[in-house]
Design a protein around this ligand. Structure first.
Ligand code: FAD
Length: 457
């Protein structure tokens, strides 16, 4: 029998249950469909497209080594996949479960036409599997993680298939280069090419490099000036490595590895939330927030300030460093993601959904579940505690988490300032080419609290 492996964010061979199942059944045709229609306004952002191109290149090479081939097609998956089944006389489609609402709907539409087997493997446990005593899914992280942890460690990972049987005739494939996933004019991906190695081999290298640091995670993870975190997020997002593999590799590292493992738990948690609340990344969860008076984009001042945030020109060095890191490499340190998000929402009083969208376009790990849950968490509009009134002070955060070298790296015009001055450059030391603060912290704080009180009536 011939089966199709329908690939999405599961671009690996090791511990990839769809490949495993298909390989057992006979001939395997791996297919990636570039579908910009099904996700609606959640089509892949620019940074994601760059990553995807490189990751597909890597997977295609890995498949070739196994005597197989990656078939590329463009169009609506619920048309392309059944069509391809017919073309090949394939009896079954294997895939890995995805929980973005548009994928769940597409899976159903495909299942109406051909036999499709979806496997678990992109999360420690599939969303909905870990439930409260009364059988409901969890809404809050802490009890969710406590229950998930009891089911850990995950089972041992399964090796890559030793070979993949090829069909007598391969179906036609489109050419990756013709998909225009890479930026051209201008090519903004230079620093990304240097920073990342998309694909399974790159993911394994990151994991191995991090493995020695896993036990010191707690002490380092909040300091953006050191590489204290794994930088596995884009690899995990694209499914180039399974979370079970990461978990099992580091679990016995000792020290504070437990904190790191709980971050993998946060990743699972985000999927659990979107599985329960499919429009979570697009709509505040808590009541009342539709009445909140975010500043109005019809005002050019607001648009200019949003632009200054995006470009890293707010006059707050830690915020600017983060936003420039995002633009350069498509990734930002977690502590700094919290600071820049809080700054947009509370200091600039701009709707968190604008920030979520910008991250969606610019992050290489842009993930519907993780991005949505984290933005709502910072905003205080989500299922967990209401954090709106906890307004982060960017300047003290910068000092507390020792961001001086991080700022030097990403805001080079401040590089000569001392550790004492760099977090909040005094007027007489502020270089001419570095902007003044677009708003004072105290005034911003008061404005935000006032808007919050107004909403609460
Ligand atoms: P590590 O610290 O090494 O953690 C290991 C893994 O755990 C990560 O690779 C990631 O898969 C997962 N993880 C860690 N922290 C979180 C978290 N808070 N929520 C969910 N998963 C987590 N992460 C994304 O993967 N995609 C996003 O689109 C995304 N958007 C975010 C938006 C905001 C406003 C904030 C505050 C955080 C966001 N995060 C997102 C979470 C987090 O910042 C990144 O996962 C983390 O910085 C990735 O770096 P790392 O791989 O070195 O993480």
């Amino acid at each position: 029998a011939t089966s199709i492996v329908w690939l999405r964010r599961d671009l690996r061979l090791t511990d990839q249950p769809a490949f495993r199942a298909a390989a057992r059944e006979g001939t395997v045709v791996p297919v990636f469909v570039l579908d910009d229609e099904t996700p609606g306004d959640r089509k892949l952002g620019g940074a994601s497209r760059w990553w995807l191109h490189r990751s597909l290149e890597s997977l295609a090479a890995d498949l070739e080594e196994k005597g197989s081939k990656l078939i590329l097609r463009q169009g609506r998956v619920d048309h392309v996949i059944p069509q391809l089944c017919e073309e090949l006389g394939a009896t079954r489609v294997h895939g890995v479960h995805h929980y973005e609402p548009w994928w769940k709907e597409a899976e159903d539409r495909i299942a109406d036409q051909v036999e499709i087997c979806l496997h678990d493997g992109n999360y420690l446990e599939p969303p909905g599997a870990v439930t409260t005593g009364s059988g409901d899914p969890y809404k809050i992280f802490t009890p969710f993680w406590k229950a998930l942890k009891e089911r850990m460690p995950p089972s041992e990972i399964s090796p890559r298939p030793s070979s993949l049987d090829a069909p007598d005739n391969w179906p036609e494939s489109e050419k990756l280069d013709e998909w225009d996933l890479l930026p051209t004019n201008p090519n903004w991906a230079g620093a990304m090419e240097e920073e990342w190695e998309p694909g399974e081999a790159g993911a394994v290298k990151r994991l191995e490099a991090f493995q020695d640091d896993a036990s010191h995670y707690e002490g380092q993870r909040n300091c953006p000036s050191v590489e204290g975190t794994s930088k596995l997020s884009p690899h995990l997002h694209w499914g180039e490595i399974s979370p079970a593999r990461v978990y099992n590799r580091v679990k016995d590292s000792g020290g504070s590895v437990g904190t790191f493992l709980s971050e993998l738990g946060w990743r699972d948690y985000g999927q659990n939330v979107i599985d329960q609340f499919p429009d979570y990344a697009d709509k505040p969860y808590r009541d009342g927030w539709d009445k909140f008076e975010w500043r109005d984009f019809r005002s050019s001042t607001v648009r200019d300030e949003f632009d200054a945030w995006k470009k890293g020109k707010t006059g707050y060095p830690i915020v600017d460093a983060g936003m420039r890191q995002l633009w350069a490499i498509g990734w930002v340190h977690n502590r700094v993601r919290m600071i820049v998000a809080s700054f947009l929402i509370k200091h600039l009083l701009i709707d968190w959904r604008e920030g979520e969208q910008w991250f969606w376009d610019t992050l290489v790990d842009a993930d519907y579940g993780s991005n949505g849950t984290n933005w709502q968490w910072v905003a205080g509009t989500g299922v967990d505690s209401n954090m709106f009134v906890r307004i982060m002070a960017p300047l003290s955060q910068s000092e507390k988490f020792d961001a001086a070298d991080y700022i030097r790296q990403w805001v080079p015009e401040l590089a000569d300032l001392s550790d004492a001055d760099i977090h909040d450059p005094p007027a007489d030391k502020r270089p001419d080419d570095y902007p003044e603060k677009i708003i004072e912290h105290k005034a911003a704080r008061e404005r935000a609290l006032e808007a919050y009180r107004a909403m609460k009536g």
